[in-house]
Design a binder for this molecule. Structure first.
Ligand SMILES: [Zn+2]
Length: 475
């Protein structure tokens, strides 16, 4: 029997506000532990929460970017549970009455367009962070307590681990485009839990689902789901039953293991937060969120394909970050061959960014400088290989493309009378190669082309050289 997976995701995103959700403490990463705290976020008795309007605005921007239905009136609840990093004994969150529902994200995977529905989006507060010291001591940092979170819960619309990963990549891209969170998973700004079940392919009924936690990277999401799907299929194939439970992904052992079964599940005893009024969203707030909207990555990717005639994978690379896409558009406006520009960014510039661990904003060359170099390539004045060398010299601060090319005499040799001499030289210097060629091993012509390229330090027009050699050898 063939099985299919049914996957849903629950995502938590820290919103990049200046201050926390219910107090004026700074929302910053990496501060000295327990320095950004006050009675509200420490959960001291009698302290009252005051809602941060900026956090609501950022949540609305996410709702708009994900095409959600925004609810002008929503509510806060207390979700009760006891845990060392939750000083009040409850978390303020949304439960029934979310700020936004019925959202969706459409993306492409392997050339097929997919839409994943998002059931609800909630604004809630972050818990403190606990650290486990080697001696068993638990240390708590309350700087994180009360940071605003956006919770995004999808419908079980994904059918493969790869699709779940792609959804997350495009979601992260979208959130970064609108600038409401950097979504850095290593800093905990983006966290993912997953629900997964399997069922015989073609059936509608949902199988028993397992909740998967401790997915600390997109790769972990994909690997964890792959493992879990196989585990469940094996159980069903051997006639067993999948148990509803929460399992942890073990990154080192590459397997999932039981964390808690259904019987141990929390009863959160949700009830309305009596210290907060219903969240009412006025026109002014909607308008300020709308002003923060930009062209979203999927729309931009499609536009790049039609406007600049980029192939889909290249367009995807160009839009992976908003600033990168901006850089590309500026460069594309300065050159004729848009694909050349995109390829140059995807290969040569990306290599430098990865090697140096920098972003495009930190990249030392501006689009204008790259355009000057690429114009030499477009007009075939220099070869691609020479361009790479010039690019390196530009990075080393040896001058502009024009200065380097002129100073070092790098313009491609296309003068046939000049090249004819080199063709003759190559033929007389390599008699055994010529012999092989004439006996039918035509591939060896590459050796002769290489000889001329070496003699001219790569400046010779290789295509022309090849053609002239062929003519000469056939004569
Ligand atoms: Zn505080």
């Amino acid at each position: 029997m063939e099985y299919e997976a049914v996957i849903g995701l629950e995502i938590h995103i820290q919103l990049a506000t200046k201050t926390k959700l219910f107090c004026n403490c700074r929302n910053e990463y990496g501060a000295e532990p327990n320095t950004n705290v006050c009675p509200v976020c420490l959960g001291l008795p009698g302290a009252l929460p005051v809602l941060n309007r900026e956090a609501v605005k950022l949540a609305l921007m996410a709702a708009m970017a994900l095409d959600a239905k925004i609810h002008r009136k929503s509510f806060f609840y207390r979700k009760n549970y006891f845990y060392p990093d939750l000083p009040k004994g409850y978390q303020i969150t949304q439960y029934v009455g979310s700020i936004a529902t019925d959202a969706k994200l459409t993306f492409e995977i392997d050339g097929v367009e997919r839409t994943v529905r998002i059931e609800r989006m909630n604004v809630e507060e972050e818990a403190a962070k606990s650290f486990h010291a080697p001696d068993g001591t638990v240390l708590l940092d309350f700087n994180r307590s009360g940071i605003p979170l956006l919770e995004i819960v999808t419908m079980p619309d994904m059918r493969s681990p790869a699709e779940a990963r792609r959804f997350l990549e495009i979601l992260k891209r979208t959130i970064r485009y609108i600038g409401i969170s950097a979504c850095d998973m290593e800093k905990g700004e983006l966290r993912v839990d997953s629900n997964v079940s399997v069922r015989p392919k073609g059936t509608e009924e949902l199988g028993v689902k397992v909740e998967l936690k401790n997915l600390n990277s997109f790769k972990a999401v994909e690997d964890g789901l792959k493992f879990e799907i196989q585990r469940q299929i094996k159980i069903l194939e051997s006639g067993g039953r999948v148990v509803q439970e929460t399992r942890l992904w073990d990154e080192h052992k590459k397997e999932t293991r039981t964390m808690r079964v259904k019987e141990e599940a929390h009863d959160y005893r949700y009830f309305p937060e009596p210290d907060l009024l219903p969240l009412l969203i006025d026109d002014e707030l909607i308008e300020s969120a709308r002003k923060g909207m930009v062209e979203l990555p999927e729309a931009r990717r499609k536009r790049f394909i039609t406007q600049y005639k980029l192939n889909p994978p290249l367009a995807d690379v160009m839009v992976h970050e908003r600033t990168f896409a901006d850089y590309f558009e500026e460069l594309a406006g300065l050159v004729t061959d848009k694909s050349l520009a995109a390829n140059w960014l995807a290969v040569e510039v990306m290599k430098v960014l990865n090697e140096q661990g920098i972003s495009i904003e930190e990249f030392p060359l501006r689009p204008k400088q790259i355009a000057e170099l690429l114009k030499f390539v477009e007009t075939k004045k220099i070869t691609h290989n020479i361009a790479k060398k010039v690019f390196q010299k530009m990075l080393d601060g040896e001058g502009s493309a024009k200065e380097i090319i002129e100073r070092e005499g790098l313009i491609t040799m296309s003068d046939e009378s000049e090249l004819a001499k080199l063709v003759d030289e190559a033929i007389s210097a390599n008699p055994e190669i010529v012999e092989k060629y004439r006996k039918g091993k035509v591939g060896v012509i590459g050796v002769l082309v290489g000889y001329i390229m070496r003699k001219t330090r790569g400046r010779a027009n290789a295509a022309l050289v090849r053609k002239m050699l062929e003519e000469k050898l056939k004569a």
